[in-house]
Design a protein around this ligand. Structure first.
Ligand code: ATP
Length: 494
């Protein structure tokens, strides 16, 4: 059956994620905390597998990229230097009737998506370019004018009774130190990148890194997003996987292009259809960037950013040099074309920054399928997650055909051997067909069934999730067969 990307399908994905233990609303028994989510037993596994795929592709596969794990709390001056204290704002507008607050640019983006859906592509393009101009000029009045001109109403009250557009800082702050007096205001980091910049020299010196080289990290980030929507798409606590690649000034454009392609290839290796992805080059560049693009994925609610690739110039390191008074320079003794060392300079930086939670959502949406298996008179269907085997939370489920005759013992013996290398699940409840369906629904690529014949000749049936094909194999070959499909090589060699 063709994949349905409607709102209905999105709702199904959300309820599936809850029903099978992928994602829960945080503090649900207290009616939840808005835009904060918990990952359940299968969600935690899937999330870890996505992290591993990123870490292996970025760190393990590159001799010149290393990974760190910096603290969430950082010296308050870091956020002064980075520009976040003064400039990490969103343009907000309130509806006077519903008292609801919205991001002005997102109201406009929703309108653009609606124009596109209605085939009004000229109107969509014009509004996009007007909005880009207004954002670039930080013209808040113009944003309001566009909202009025395009007759955008509040989704809650239905009225067009808007306040002026104002800037709103997205950083969470808290008090550091036990005493009220003398305690200092610190921020929960809104991005992981600054933890990399402030460690640039530590890593470069201790790792004897030579430019070009990269520093990667995966970690939590916090933003007091004003509107939180679309499930785990926009959260107040989320995770980022970021890599800062330090290059010679003047070589930034070359590396920007390189990382654009490399990162798209990382997504493509998972087998997603290429039409689902596109680049969106930024018209409005952040204060630190000289080029920026988003990798966008076609979610059921339109093309949205999953990852940003930014050419950040020497902005961050220069700022930290100025604010800390410590030199952030690199001595490059490689020879240039004139045969002279490049000497001292502050490196330029290309950043790749992907939201782990958005990647998780993309992966679920892409894998989710309701398949019609009706055969003539007989109506049948199944829900499956066509996850890449490397990402699947459970690699192999092991079933004894019945609960007696020594079959459970044999099944456990097989599992006790496989579990060193693969995440396994043992199930003996319900008919085999039902057990298969449950595994399909959580994306398990292989099910192994132990039956009476197993006790005689040490063979089992292995059932493949996508084709539902069953194969009789010797127990001693199970390891190899599962490994051949779940090895990281299948993804990283592409
Ligand atoms: P957006 O325009 O959607 O707010 P952004 O451009 O502010 O995103 P960046 O600062 O470039 O995002 O962050 C890099 C990545 O972090 C994004 O591509 C996204 O995947 C992820 N991300 C950013 N904000 C959130 C959030 N509130 N919840 C979940 N993921 C996020």
């Amino acid at each position: 059956m063709a994949k349905n990307t409607s709102d209905e399908q999105f709702k199904n994905v959300i309820s599936h994620a809850k029903e099978y233990g992928f994602v829960f609303q945080s503090s649900e028994i207290y009616d939840g905390l808005s835009a904060v989510y918990d990952y359940g037993q299968l969600g935690a596994e899937l999330k870890n597998n996505i992290k591993t795929y990123w870490w292996k592709a970025m760190v393990q596969m590159h001799e010149n990229i290393v990974g760190i794990d910096s603290a969430i709390f950082m010296h308050p001056k870091v956020w002064k230097a980075s520009g976040h204290v003064d400039g990490f704002n969103d343009p907000m507008i309130d509806n006077k009737d519903s008292k609801k607050r919205y991001r002005a640019d997102q109201l406009l983006e929703d309108k653009i998506t609606r124009y596109e859906k209605d085939g009004k592509t000229d109107k969509a393009a014009k509004l996009q370019s007007d909005m880009d101009d207004a954002l670039k000029a930080e013209d808040l009045a113009m944003l309001k004018t566009l909202i009025e001109q395009h007759e955008i109403a509040c989704p809650v009250s239905g009225t067009k009774n808007w306040t002026e557009v104002r800037q709103f800082n997205l950083m969470f702050s808290t008090q550091f130190g036990a005493m009220a007096e003398g305690s200092e205001e610190v921020y929960l980091r809104p991005e992981t990148a600054q933890g990399i910049f402030v460690n640039f020299l530590n890593v470069q010196k201790s790792g004897r890194m030579k430019i070009p080289f990269g520093i990667a990290q995966i970690g939590k980030a916090f933003r007091n997003e004003v509107i939180a929507r679309q499930f785990i798409m926009r959260m107040r606590e989320f995770e980022q996987m970021e890599m800062q690649f330090f290059v010679r000034p003047g070589e930034d454009q070359k590396w920007f292009t390189y990382w654009k392609e490399a990162r798209l290839q990382w997504h493509a290796a998972l087998g997603t259809s290429p039409e689902k992805y596109r680049f969106h080059d930024h018209a409005k560049l952040a204060h630190y960037a000289n080029a920026a693009t988003d990798i966008e994925f076609e979610f059921p609610f339109g093309f949205k950013e999953v990852e940003g690739i930014h050419s950040r110039t020497d902005f961050d390191l220069s700022q930290h040099q100025e604010f800390s008074g410590k030199k952030m320079q690199y001595f490059d003794n490689d020879l240039n074309e004139e045969g002279k060392p490049y000497g001292n300079y502050i490196p330029y930086v290309i950043e790749t920054s992907i939201g782990l939670d958005r990647m998780f959502l993309l992966t679920l949406i892409n894998a989710f399928e309701e398949q019609d298996l009706s055969d003539g008179e007989k109506q049948d269907s199944r829900t499956l997650l066509r996850l890449h085997p490397c990402l699947a939370p459970i690699k192999v489920a092991i079933f004894p055909l019945t609960k007696k005759d020594g079959l459970p013992e044999k099944a456990r013996e097989i599992m006790n051997n496989l579990k060193f290398d693969f995440n396994c699940m043992y199930e003996e409840k319900d008919a085999i067909g039902k057990r298969y369906r449950r595994q399909d629904a959580i994306g398990t690529p292989f099910c192994v069934t132990v039956d009476h014949q197993t006790l005689e000749d040490d063979t089992v049936t292995i059932r493949h999730r996508d084709t539902m094909e069953q194969q009789r194999v010797e127990i001693k070959h199970l390891d190899e067969l599962i490994a051949s499909k779940t090895s990281w090589k299948t993804l990283l060699r592409k």
